[in-house]
Ligand binder design. Structure first.
Ligand code: GLU
Length: 530
Protein backbone atom coordinates (compact mmCIF):
# COMPACT_ATOMS: atom_id res chain seq x y z
CA UNK A 1 0.00 0.00 0.00
CA UNK A 2 1.14 3.52 -0.74
CA UNK A 3 2.40 5.55 2.13
CA UNK A 4 -0.40 7.75 3.48
CA UNK A 5 0.09 11.41 2.69
CA UNK A 6 -2.17 14.20 3.89
CA UNK A 7 -1.87 17.91 3.51
CA UNK A 8 -3.07 21.14 5.02
CA UNK A 9 -3.73 23.70 2.29
CA UNK A 10 -4.59 27.03 3.87
CA UNK A 11 -5.03 30.33 2.12
CA UNK A 12 -2.90 32.90 3.92
CA UNK A 13 -5.59 35.29 5.14
CA UNK A 14 -3.64 36.62 8.07
CA UNK A 15 -4.69 34.24 10.80
CA UNK A 16 -5.29 30.56 11.46
CA UNK A 17 -9.03 29.91 11.57
CA UNK A 18 -10.16 27.37 14.18
CA UNK A 19 -11.83 25.43 11.36
CA UNK A 20 -8.51 25.44 9.52
CA UNK A 21 -6.75 24.21 12.62
CA UNK A 22 -9.28 21.39 12.94
CA UNK A 23 -8.58 20.38 9.33
CA UNK A 24 -4.83 20.58 9.89
CA UNK A 25 -5.06 18.61 13.11
CA UNK A 26 -7.17 15.79 11.66
CA UNK A 27 -4.89 15.56 8.62
CA UNK A 28 -1.89 15.48 10.95
CA UNK A 29 -3.40 12.89 13.29
CA UNK A 30 -4.51 10.66 10.46
CA UNK A 31 -1.08 10.75 8.83
CA UNK A 32 0.81 10.18 12.07
CA UNK A 33 -1.48 7.40 13.20
CA UNK A 34 -0.75 5.60 9.93
CA UNK A 35 2.98 6.30 9.79
CA UNK A 36 2.34 8.63 6.91
CA UNK A 37 3.47 12.10 5.91
CA UNK A 38 1.77 15.36 6.73
CA UNK A 39 2.58 18.36 4.60
CA UNK A 40 1.79 22.02 4.30
CA UNK A 41 1.16 23.79 1.04
CA UNK A 42 0.00 27.34 0.55
CA UNK A 43 -3.00 28.30 -1.57
CA UNK A 44 -2.18 31.88 -2.37
CA UNK A 45 -3.73 32.32 -5.80
CA UNK A 46 -6.39 34.75 -4.68
CA UNK A 47 -4.41 37.91 -5.06
CA UNK A 48 -7.16 40.15 -3.76
CA UNK A 49 -6.87 38.46 -0.41
CA UNK A 50 -3.08 38.67 -0.11
CA UNK A 51 -1.96 39.71 3.37
CA UNK A 52 1.64 40.62 4.07
CA UNK A 53 3.31 38.27 6.58
CA UNK A 54 0.36 35.88 6.61
CA UNK A 55 2.31 32.83 5.41
CA UNK A 56 4.95 33.25 8.10
CA UNK A 57 2.26 33.76 10.72
CA UNK A 58 0.48 30.59 9.68
CA UNK A 59 3.63 28.51 9.88
CA UNK A 60 4.45 30.01 13.25
CA UNK A 61 1.04 29.07 14.58
CA UNK A 62 1.33 25.47 13.39
CA UNK A 63 4.83 25.23 14.83
CA UNK A 64 3.70 26.69 18.14
CA UNK A 65 0.87 24.16 18.35
CA UNK A 66 3.28 21.32 17.62
CA UNK A 67 1.84 20.23 14.28
CA UNK A 68 5.11 19.36 12.66
CA UNK A 69 5.27 18.69 8.97
CA UNK A 70 7.34 16.10 7.17
CA UNK A 71 7.32 18.15 4.07
CA UNK A 72 6.23 21.38 2.45
CA UNK A 73 6.44 24.91 3.69
CA UNK A 74 8.59 25.65 6.74
CA UNK A 75 10.38 28.52 8.40
CA UNK A 76 13.63 26.64 8.58
CA UNK A 77 15.48 24.57 6.06
CA UNK A 78 16.79 22.10 8.60
CA UNK A 79 14.92 18.87 8.53
CA UNK A 80 16.79 15.69 9.13
CA UNK A 81 14.62 13.37 7.06
CA UNK A 82 14.39 15.57 4.02
CA UNK A 83 17.38 17.21 2.45
CA UNK A 84 15.72 18.74 -0.57
CA UNK A 85 15.09 22.31 0.56
CA UNK A 86 14.79 25.63 -1.19
CA UNK A 87 14.05 29.17 -0.16
CA UNK A 88 10.74 30.35 -1.59
CA UNK A 89 10.95 32.84 -4.45
CA UNK A 90 7.87 34.70 -3.32
CA UNK A 91 8.40 34.58 0.42
CA UNK A 92 12.00 35.18 1.46
CA UNK A 93 12.81 33.37 4.67
CA UNK A 94 10.24 30.69 3.96
CA UNK A 95 11.55 27.30 2.86
CA UNK A 96 10.03 24.56 0.77
CA UNK A 97 11.22 21.17 1.85
CA UNK A 98 10.62 18.01 -0.13
CA UNK A 99 10.76 16.67 -3.63
CA UNK A 100 7.17 17.30 -4.73
CA UNK A 101 7.22 21.10 -4.72
CA UNK A 102 6.73 23.90 -5.36
CA UNK A 103 4.47 23.84 -2.30
CA UNK A 104 3.30 27.40 -2.88
CA UNK A 105 0.69 27.86 -5.59
CA UNK A 106 1.84 31.28 -6.76
CA UNK A 107 5.07 29.55 -7.80
CA UNK A 108 3.32 27.03 -10.01
CA UNK A 109 1.43 29.31 -12.38
CA UNK A 110 3.08 27.95 -15.50
CA UNK A 111 2.35 24.40 -14.48
CA UNK A 112 -1.35 25.14 -13.97
CA UNK A 113 -1.50 27.00 -17.29
CA UNK A 114 0.08 24.06 -19.07
CA UNK A 115 -2.47 21.66 -17.66
CA UNK A 116 -5.36 24.00 -18.42
CA UNK A 117 -4.21 24.23 -22.04
CA UNK A 118 -3.94 20.48 -22.19
CA UNK A 119 -7.55 20.15 -21.05
CA UNK A 120 -8.66 22.57 -23.76
CA UNK A 121 -6.68 20.68 -26.36
CA UNK A 122 -8.31 17.42 -25.34
CA UNK A 123 -11.79 18.91 -25.42
CA UNK A 124 -12.33 18.79 -21.64
CA UNK A 125 -12.28 22.53 -21.19
CA UNK A 126 -12.94 25.62 -23.25
CA UNK A 127 -12.16 29.31 -23.49
CA UNK A 128 -14.76 31.70 -22.19
CA UNK A 129 -14.70 35.33 -23.25
CA UNK A 130 -17.87 36.37 -21.46
CA UNK A 131 -17.58 39.72 -19.80
CA UNK A 132 -18.18 39.99 -16.07
CA UNK A 133 -21.28 42.14 -16.74
CA UNK A 134 -22.90 39.42 -18.85
CA UNK A 135 -22.20 36.81 -16.21
CA UNK A 136 -23.54 39.05 -13.49
CA UNK A 137 -26.73 39.65 -15.48
CA UNK A 138 -27.18 35.93 -16.00
CA UNK A 139 -26.66 35.22 -12.32
CA UNK A 140 -29.24 37.80 -11.33
CA UNK A 141 -31.78 36.34 -13.69
CA UNK A 142 -31.16 32.84 -12.38
CA UNK A 143 -31.49 33.99 -8.79
CA UNK A 144 -34.75 35.74 -9.64
CA UNK A 145 -36.07 32.56 -11.24
CA UNK A 146 -34.75 30.50 -8.34
CA UNK A 147 -32.55 28.52 -10.72
CA UNK A 148 -29.13 27.15 -9.77
CA UNK A 149 -26.25 29.43 -10.85
CA UNK A 150 -25.10 27.49 -13.86
CA UNK A 151 -23.08 28.98 -16.70
CA UNK A 152 -25.15 28.87 -19.91
CA UNK A 153 -22.22 27.68 -22.07
CA UNK A 154 -22.53 30.62 -24.36
CA UNK A 155 -18.86 30.49 -25.36
CA UNK A 156 -18.86 26.73 -25.82
CA UNK A 157 -21.85 26.85 -28.10
CA UNK A 158 -21.42 30.13 -29.96
CA UNK A 159 -17.74 30.88 -30.31
CA UNK A 160 -16.08 29.06 -33.20
CA UNK A 161 -12.51 27.86 -33.13
CA UNK A 162 -11.62 30.63 -35.54
CA UNK A 163 -13.09 33.26 -33.29
CA UNK A 164 -11.30 31.77 -30.31
CA UNK A 165 -7.97 32.03 -32.11
CA UNK A 166 -8.73 35.55 -33.21
CA UNK A 167 -9.66 36.60 -29.67
CA UNK A 168 -6.53 35.02 -28.26
CA UNK A 169 -4.41 36.78 -30.85
CA UNK A 170 -6.04 40.08 -29.95
CA UNK A 171 -5.27 39.45 -26.30
CA UNK A 172 -8.93 39.42 -25.32
CA UNK A 173 -9.27 38.53 -21.66
CA UNK A 174 -10.45 34.97 -21.21
CA UNK A 175 -11.04 32.32 -18.63
CA UNK A 176 -10.86 28.57 -19.11
CA UNK A 177 -13.88 26.55 -18.02
CA UNK A 178 -14.22 22.85 -17.42
CA UNK A 179 -16.72 21.03 -19.62
CA UNK A 180 -19.03 19.11 -17.33
CA UNK A 181 -20.74 16.19 -19.05
CA UNK A 182 -24.52 16.42 -18.85
CA UNK A 183 -26.94 13.75 -17.68
CA UNK A 184 -24.49 11.89 -15.53
CA UNK A 185 -24.59 10.90 -11.89
CA UNK A 186 -21.12 11.11 -10.46
CA UNK A 187 -20.72 8.78 -7.52
CA UNK A 188 -17.88 8.64 -5.09
CA UNK A 189 -17.02 7.60 -1.55
CA UNK A 190 -16.43 10.01 1.24
CA UNK A 191 -14.80 8.53 4.32
CA UNK A 192 -17.13 10.46 6.62
CA UNK A 193 -20.28 10.70 4.56
CA UNK A 194 -20.23 7.37 2.76
CA UNK A 195 -21.40 7.17 -0.83
CA UNK A 196 -22.14 10.59 -2.30
CA UNK A 197 -23.86 11.29 -5.62
CA UNK A 198 -23.92 14.40 -7.79
CA UNK A 199 -26.19 15.11 -10.73
CA UNK A 200 -23.96 16.82 -13.30
CA UNK A 201 -26.88 18.80 -14.68
CA UNK A 202 -26.66 20.78 -11.47
CA UNK A 203 -22.92 21.33 -11.72
CA UNK A 204 -21.73 24.44 -13.50
CA UNK A 205 -18.78 24.60 -15.88
CA UNK A 206 -16.50 26.04 -13.25
CA UNK A 207 -13.68 28.38 -14.18
CA UNK A 208 -10.33 26.63 -13.94
CA UNK A 209 -8.05 29.44 -15.04
CA UNK A 210 -8.92 33.05 -14.29
CA UNK A 211 -8.37 35.99 -16.60
CA UNK A 212 -5.35 37.09 -14.56
CA UNK A 213 -3.67 33.79 -15.42
CA UNK A 214 -4.10 32.42 -11.93
CA UNK A 215 -5.78 29.06 -11.47
CA UNK A 216 -8.91 28.70 -9.40
CA UNK A 217 -8.95 26.50 -6.35
CA UNK A 218 -10.35 23.57 -8.34
CA UNK A 219 -7.60 23.30 -10.89
CA UNK A 220 -4.74 24.12 -8.53
CA UNK A 221 -5.93 21.87 -5.78
CA UNK A 222 -6.26 18.81 -8.05
CA UNK A 223 -2.90 19.36 -9.74
CA UNK A 224 -1.19 19.88 -6.39
CA UNK A 225 -2.71 16.82 -4.82
CA UNK A 226 -1.59 14.81 -7.81
CA UNK A 227 1.91 16.36 -7.82
CA UNK A 228 2.30 15.92 -4.08
CA UNK A 229 0.94 12.38 -4.14
CA UNK A 230 -1.74 13.17 -1.60
CA UNK A 231 -3.53 9.96 -0.71
CA UNK A 232 -6.24 11.51 1.49
CA UNK A 233 -7.83 14.90 0.96
CA UNK A 234 -9.18 15.95 4.35
CA UNK A 235 -11.00 19.27 4.23
CA UNK A 236 -14.06 21.18 5.43
CA UNK A 237 -17.59 20.32 4.40
CA UNK A 238 -17.85 23.58 2.45
CA UNK A 239 -15.77 21.88 -0.24
CA UNK A 240 -18.13 18.96 -0.71
CA UNK A 241 -19.92 20.65 -3.65
CA UNK A 242 -16.53 20.87 -5.40
CA UNK A 243 -16.12 17.13 -5.32
CA UNK A 244 -17.74 16.38 -8.73
CA UNK A 245 -15.52 18.96 -10.43
CA UNK A 246 -12.45 17.46 -8.82
CA UNK A 247 -13.46 13.92 -9.70
CA UNK A 248 -13.98 15.00 -13.30
CA UNK A 249 -10.56 16.64 -13.37
CA UNK A 250 -8.89 13.47 -12.13
CA UNK A 251 -10.76 11.59 -14.84
CA UNK A 252 -9.83 14.07 -17.58
CA UNK A 253 -6.17 14.00 -16.60
CA UNK A 254 -6.22 10.24 -16.31
CA UNK A 255 -5.05 10.33 -12.71
CA UNK A 256 -6.18 8.25 -9.79
CA UNK A 257 -8.25 10.35 -7.39
CA UNK A 258 -7.25 10.43 -3.72
CA UNK A 259 -9.71 9.45 -1.00
CA UNK A 260 -11.85 12.26 0.35
CA UNK A 261 -12.99 13.10 3.87
CA UNK A 262 -15.20 16.16 4.34
CA UNK A 263 -15.23 17.33 7.95
CA UNK A 264 -18.43 18.57 9.61
CA UNK A 265 -19.24 22.26 9.79
CA UNK A 266 -18.42 24.20 12.92
CA UNK A 267 -21.46 25.75 14.57
CA UNK A 268 -22.22 28.35 17.22
CA UNK A 269 -24.06 27.00 20.28
CA UNK A 270 -27.34 28.20 18.67
CA UNK A 271 -26.49 25.91 15.72
CA UNK A 272 -25.87 28.79 13.30
CA UNK A 273 -22.69 28.63 11.23
CA UNK A 274 -19.67 29.55 13.33
CA UNK A 275 -19.32 33.29 13.73
CA UNK A 276 -17.08 34.86 11.17
CA UNK A 277 -15.79 37.55 13.50
CA UNK A 278 -12.05 37.16 13.49
CA UNK A 279 -11.84 37.57 17.28
CA UNK A 280 -13.97 34.48 17.66
CA UNK A 281 -12.27 32.24 15.15
CA UNK A 282 -8.59 33.20 15.01
CA UNK A 283 -6.48 30.64 16.86
CA UNK A 284 -3.89 33.32 17.56
CA UNK A 285 -6.48 35.28 19.53
CA UNK A 286 -7.18 32.31 21.75
CA UNK A 287 -3.47 31.97 22.41
CA UNK A 288 -3.32 35.68 23.26
CA UNK A 289 -6.26 35.25 25.61
CA UNK A 290 -4.27 32.71 27.61
CA UNK A 291 -5.47 29.36 26.33
CA UNK A 292 -2.71 26.76 26.42
CA UNK A 293 -1.74 25.10 23.18
CA UNK A 294 -2.46 21.71 24.70
CA UNK A 295 -5.99 22.85 25.54
CA UNK A 296 -6.57 24.32 22.10
CA UNK A 297 -5.44 21.12 20.41
CA UNK A 298 -7.47 19.00 22.82
CA UNK A 299 -10.59 21.11 22.32
CA UNK A 300 -10.29 21.35 18.54
CA UNK A 301 -9.76 17.59 18.29
CA UNK A 302 -13.17 17.08 19.91
CA UNK A 303 -14.93 19.31 17.37
CA UNK A 304 -16.41 16.50 15.34
CA UNK A 305 -14.50 13.53 16.71
CA UNK A 306 -14.85 11.36 19.78
CA UNK A 307 -12.76 8.42 20.95
CA UNK A 308 -15.63 5.98 20.46
CA UNK A 309 -18.65 4.57 22.28
CA UNK A 310 -18.25 4.16 26.00
CA UNK A 311 -14.98 6.11 26.09
CA UNK A 312 -15.16 8.83 28.71
CA UNK A 313 -11.69 10.32 28.44
CA UNK A 314 -11.86 14.00 27.56
CA UNK A 315 -8.34 15.22 28.18
CA UNK A 316 -5.83 14.10 25.54
CA UNK A 317 -2.26 14.99 24.75
CA UNK A 318 -1.30 15.29 21.11
CA UNK A 319 0.43 11.90 21.36
CA UNK A 320 -2.68 10.29 22.81
CA UNK A 321 -4.72 11.78 20.02
CA UNK A 322 -2.38 10.30 17.44
CA UNK A 323 -2.88 6.94 19.06
CA UNK A 324 -6.66 7.15 19.37
CA UNK A 325 -7.65 9.15 16.30
CA UNK A 326 -9.70 7.48 13.66
CA UNK A 327 -11.57 9.12 10.77
CA UNK A 328 -14.36 6.60 11.27
CA UNK A 329 -15.20 8.33 14.56
CA UNK A 330 -15.64 11.70 12.91
CA UNK A 331 -19.33 12.47 12.66
CA UNK A 332 -21.32 14.07 9.87
CA UNK A 333 -23.41 16.42 11.97
CA UNK A 334 -22.14 19.94 12.59
CA UNK A 335 -19.87 20.32 15.62
CA UNK A 336 -20.74 22.98 18.18
CA UNK A 337 -17.97 25.34 19.19
CA UNK A 338 -18.70 25.74 22.88
CA UNK A 339 -16.38 28.20 24.56
CA UNK A 340 -17.42 26.87 27.99
CA UNK A 341 -16.02 23.51 27.03
CA UNK A 342 -12.79 25.16 25.92
CA UNK A 343 -12.60 26.98 29.27
CA UNK A 344 -13.07 23.73 31.12
CA UNK A 345 -10.46 21.89 29.05
CA UNK A 346 -8.08 24.80 29.52
CA UNK A 347 -8.60 24.77 33.29
CA UNK A 348 -7.76 21.06 33.30
CA UNK A 349 -4.55 21.71 31.41
CA UNK A 350 -3.62 24.63 33.67
CA UNK A 351 -3.99 22.33 36.68
CA UNK A 352 -1.41 20.00 35.21
CA UNK A 353 1.31 22.66 35.03
CA UNK A 354 4.07 22.85 37.60
CA UNK A 355 4.25 26.20 39.39
CA UNK A 356 7.42 26.97 37.49
CA UNK A 357 5.69 26.32 34.15
CA UNK A 358 2.62 28.25 35.19
CA UNK A 359 4.81 31.17 36.23
CA UNK A 360 6.76 31.15 32.97
CA UNK A 361 3.57 31.13 30.93
CA UNK A 362 1.76 33.69 33.10
CA UNK A 363 4.39 36.37 33.38
CA UNK A 364 3.52 38.02 30.07
CA UNK A 365 -0.11 38.20 31.17
CA UNK A 366 0.80 39.82 34.49
CA UNK A 367 2.97 42.29 32.65
CA UNK A 368 0.00 43.60 30.70
CA UNK A 369 -1.97 44.50 33.81
CA UNK A 370 -2.03 47.93 35.41
CA UNK A 371 -2.22 46.56 38.96
CA UNK A 372 0.89 44.49 38.27
CA UNK A 373 2.75 47.40 36.70
CA UNK A 374 2.20 49.67 39.71
CA UNK A 375 3.08 46.89 42.11
CA UNK A 376 6.23 46.18 40.16
CA UNK A 377 7.23 49.82 40.23
CA UNK A 378 6.57 50.09 43.93
CA UNK A 379 8.78 47.06 44.50
CA UNK A 380 11.61 48.21 42.33
CA UNK A 381 14.02 47.67 45.16
CA UNK A 382 13.04 44.00 45.58
CA UNK A 383 15.10 41.33 43.87
CA UNK A 384 13.71 39.55 40.84
CA UNK A 385 13.76 36.38 42.86
CA UNK A 386 11.62 37.86 45.62
CA UNK A 387 9.09 39.11 43.12
CA UNK A 388 9.11 35.80 41.30
CA UNK A 389 8.45 33.94 44.55
CA UNK A 390 5.59 36.23 45.40
CA UNK A 391 3.93 35.70 42.02
CA UNK A 392 4.46 31.97 42.34
CA UNK A 393 2.65 31.97 45.66
CA UNK A 394 -0.26 33.83 44.10
CA UNK A 395 -0.30 31.35 41.24
CA UNK A 396 -0.23 28.44 43.67
CA UNK A 397 -3.52 29.49 45.17
CA UNK A 398 -5.03 30.62 41.87
CA UNK A 399 -4.04 27.58 39.82
CA UNK A 400 -7.12 25.50 40.52
CA UNK A 401 -9.46 28.39 39.80
CA UNK A 402 -8.01 29.70 36.53
CA UNK A 403 -9.84 29.16 33.27
CA UNK A 404 -7.25 30.95 31.22
CA UNK A 405 -3.95 32.65 31.84
CA UNK A 406 -5.15 36.14 31.11
CA UNK A 407 -7.16 35.91 34.35
CA UNK A 408 -4.05 35.74 36.55
CA UNK A 409 -4.21 38.11 39.50
CA UNK A 410 -7.49 39.62 38.28
CA UNK A 411 -9.70 38.51 41.11
CA UNK A 412 -7.03 38.87 43.77
CA UNK A 413 -5.74 42.36 43.15
CA UNK A 414 -5.42 42.98 46.89
CA UNK A 415 -2.13 41.11 46.62
CA UNK A 416 -0.82 44.00 44.55
CA UNK A 417 -2.03 46.94 46.56
CA UNK A 418 -3.33 47.76 50.05
CA UNK A 419 -6.64 46.18 50.92
CA UNK A 420 -9.69 48.45 50.95
CA UNK A 421 -10.89 49.36 54.38
CA UNK A 422 -14.63 48.79 54.76
CA UNK A 423 -15.75 48.51 58.34
CA UNK A 424 -19.11 46.99 57.51
CA UNK A 425 -17.45 44.30 55.44
CA UNK A 426 -15.14 43.45 58.33
CA UNK A 427 -17.98 42.61 60.69
CA UNK A 428 -18.98 39.01 61.12
CA UNK A 429 -22.80 39.14 61.20
CA UNK A 430 -23.85 41.99 63.51
CA UNK A 431 -20.75 41.99 65.65
CA UNK A 432 -20.02 45.21 67.57
CA UNK A 433 -16.98 47.41 66.97
CA UNK A 434 -15.58 46.15 70.21
CA UNK A 435 -15.95 42.50 69.27
CA UNK A 436 -14.51 43.18 65.86
CA UNK A 437 -11.45 44.75 67.38
CA UNK A 438 -11.06 41.88 69.83
CA UNK A 439 -11.29 39.37 67.05
CA UNK A 440 -8.62 41.12 65.00
CA UNK A 441 -6.38 41.53 68.02
CA UNK A 442 -6.67 37.85 68.68
CA UNK A 443 -5.61 37.08 65.12
CA UNK A 444 -2.73 39.48 65.50
CA UNK A 445 -1.48 37.80 68.67
CA UNK A 446 -1.78 34.36 67.14
CA UNK A 447 0.00 35.34 63.95
CA UNK A 448 2.74 37.28 65.71
CA UNK A 449 3.68 34.08 67.46
CA UNK A 450 4.20 32.10 64.29
CA UNK A 451 7.82 32.19 63.24
CA UNK A 452 8.87 32.95 59.66
CA UNK A 453 9.88 29.32 59.13
CA UNK A 454 6.50 28.14 60.29
CA UNK A 455 4.65 30.59 58.06
CA UNK A 456 3.31 27.90 55.73
CA UNK A 457 -0.18 27.42 54.38
CA UNK A 458 -0.67 24.25 56.38
CA UNK A 459 0.52 25.72 59.67
CA UNK A 460 -1.49 28.88 59.23
CA UNK A 461 -4.57 26.86 58.56
CA UNK A 462 -3.99 24.49 61.45
CA UNK A 463 -3.21 27.18 64.04
CA UNK A 464 -5.93 29.60 62.96
CA UNK A 465 -8.53 26.85 62.81
CA UNK A 466 -7.64 25.76 66.32
CA UNK A 467 -8.01 29.29 67.53
CA UNK A 468 -11.24 29.79 65.66
CA UNK A 469 -12.66 26.77 67.43
CA UNK A 470 -11.81 28.22 70.83
CA UNK A 471 -14.33 30.22 72.75
CA UNK A 472 -14.70 33.38 70.70
CA UNK A 473 -14.76 37.02 71.74
CA UNK A 474 -18.35 37.06 72.92
CA UNK A 475 -19.90 34.02 74.53
CA UNK A 476 -23.37 34.70 73.23
CA UNK A 477 -22.20 34.84 69.67
CA UNK A 478 -20.15 31.71 70.15
CA UNK A 479 -23.28 29.62 70.21
CA UNK A 480 -24.59 31.39 67.15
CA UNK A 481 -21.44 31.05 65.10
CA UNK A 482 -21.20 27.37 66.01
CA UNK A 483 -24.79 26.91 64.93
CA UNK A 484 -24.03 28.56 61.63
CA UNK A 485 -21.36 25.92 61.28
CA UNK A 486 -18.63 28.51 60.81
CA UNK A 487 -15.60 29.90 62.51
CA UNK A 488 -16.51 33.28 61.14
CA UNK A 489 -16.05 35.18 64.38
CA UNK A 490 -12.29 34.96 64.00
CA UNK A 491 -11.72 34.13 60.38
CA UNK A 492 -14.08 36.50 58.59
CA UNK A 493 -12.67 39.77 60.00
CA UNK A 494 -9.16 38.49 59.36
CA UNK A 495 -9.89 37.55 55.79
CA UNK A 496 -11.74 40.81 55.12
CA UNK A 497 -8.83 42.76 56.60
CA UNK A 498 -6.28 41.08 54.41
CA UNK A 499 -8.30 41.32 51.23
CA UNK A 500 -10.91 44.07 51.54
CA UNK A 501 -13.12 41.86 49.38
CA UNK A 502 -16.39 40.02 49.86
CA UNK A 503 -14.94 37.00 48.14
CA UNK A 504 -11.39 35.76 48.09
CA UNK A 505 -9.30 32.72 48.86
CA UNK A 506 -9.18 31.65 52.53
CA UNK A 507 -7.45 33.80 55.16
CA UNK A 508 -4.75 31.12 55.50
CA UNK A 509 -3.92 31.25 51.85
CA UNK A 510 -3.97 35.04 51.78
CA UNK A 511 -1.79 35.35 54.87
CA UNK A 512 0.62 32.86 53.40
CA UNK A 513 0.96 34.77 50.13
CA UNK A 514 1.23 38.17 51.80
CA UNK A 515 3.89 36.93 54.24
CA UNK A 516 4.17 37.62 57.92
CA UNK A 517 5.26 41.24 57.75
CA UNK A 518 2.54 42.41 55.38
CA UNK A 519 -0.15 40.36 57.12
CA UNK A 520 0.66 41.87 60.50
CA UNK A 521 0.90 45.32 59.00
CA UNK A 522 -2.55 45.03 57.40
CA UNK A 523 -4.00 43.80 60.69
CA UNK A 524 -2.46 46.60 62.75
CA UNK A 525 -3.57 49.15 60.23
CA UNK A 526 -7.15 48.01 60.38
CA UNK A 527 -7.19 47.71 64.16
CA UNK A 528 -5.95 51.28 64.34
CA UNK A 529 -8.89 52.44 62.24
CA UNK A 530 -11.66 50.83 64.31
N1 GLU B 1 -7.57 26.66 0.71
C1 GLU B 1 -8.65 25.80 1.08
C2 GLU B 1 -9.11 26.19 2.45
O1 GLU B 1 -8.46 27.02 3.06
C3 GLU B 1 -8.17 24.37 1.03
C4 GLU B 1 -9.21 23.35 0.92
C5 GLU B 1 -8.55 21.97 0.74
O2 GLU B 1 -8.03 21.46 1.74
O3 GLU B 1 -8.53 21.46 -0.36
O4 GLU B 1 -10.10 25.75 2.93
Amino acid sequence: MNKIRTRFAPSPTGYLHVGGLRTALYAYLFAKKNDGDFLLKIEDTDRKRFVEGAVEKLINSLDFLGLERNEGVMLSKVLSSNTNSQESKNYPGVFEVGEYGPYIQSEKLEIYKKYADELVKNGYAYYCFCEPERLEEMRKEQTAKKQPPIYDRFCLQNVSEEEVNKNLKNNCPYTIRIKVPHDEIIEADDIIRGRVKFNTNLVTDQILLKSDGFPTYHLASVIDDHDMQTTHVIRGEEWLPSMPIHILLYRYFGWEAPKFAHLPLLLNPDKSKLSKRQGDVAVEDYIKKGYLKEAIINFVAMLGWNPGKGETQEIFTLEELVEKFDLSHVHKAGAVFDIKKLDWINSQWIKKLSIEELYQKSLEFFEEKEFYKSWNMKHEACSTEEKENYLKKILTIEQDRLQNLSEVGESNQFFFHDANFDKELLRWKDMSDEDLKKSLEKSLTVLENITDENWTRENLEKILMEKADEKPASLARFAESRRAGGRGELLWPLRATLTGEKKSPSPFECAWVLGKEETLSRLKNTIGKI
